[in-house]
Ligand binder design. Sequence first.
Ligand code: PLP
Length: 282
Amino acid sequence: MILVQDQLKDQSEVRIDIEDRGYQFGDGVYEVVRVYNGQYFGMDEHLVRLERSAKEIQMSLPYPIEVLKRRLEILAEANDIEDGHVYLQITRGVAERTHQFPLQPAPLLVAYARKSPRPLSKMKKGVTAITTEDIRWLRCDIKSLNLLGNVLGKQKAMDAKCDESIFIRNEVVTEGSSTNVYIVKNGEIWTHPANNFILNGITRQVILELAKEEGITVHEETFNKNDLMHAEEVIISSTTMEVTPVISIDGKPVSNGIPGKVARTLQEKFNERIAQLQRVKN
Ligand SMILES: Cc1ncc(COP(=O)(O)O)c(C=O)c1O
């Protein structure tokens, strides 16, 4: 079952108009929310970001966020999701193709749920990355449907038989093609500040909280490629990748090429957060 506006429908019943502005312009915003043990993780934070993204592109939501929250709960239940995720997008709707906004926009919301396992092996062994020029627009803080820069970055990583592209803009490390990036230096964490050059990940927000709880100093400050290549640890995070160590970049091992202590500590703490969901449920 998928959610279209506020109705659950069978996927075979749903047709998207070729004049939907999401299809023609990428004119819309989206979110991906993780489900652990049948419970949403960070739903409120994702919905706050969704509302903000919509506001930044001057698009209204088709109905109130509280109603959306309830509908998404029904969606996960209807699809029997224990471990998985929900993808939801809102476009500026169907209108004759003109670049400017339609006079009477009718935003269209579509959401679907999928079962998906946690990336346990990658989290344990670590992943490989390349560095790539950040060619994206200057509003990476908006979770927009326009993902060409990210798509091309990820493909470049795949072509190099790596897992992720780490973007560099004017010497500064911004983020990954679908992840936030952190380095560890002298046992302290550095990550790009939450401004227009990165998406302020929900996982990022949790990680920074966990690090502070653990007494690990966090610097929300820019760092460059040289810092990245000489870091004690490099970590990426996202809703789907959780907290994953990077063990090599551009073919060179990060430190000694095995996941480090800070990554392991954050992973343990992140697991505890997930386990809390289970306790709330029972
Ligand atoms: C470019 C980019 N940065 C960061 C993230 C991580 O965000 P979150 O932790 O909210 O999934 C994503 C997730 O898709 C992303 O696409």
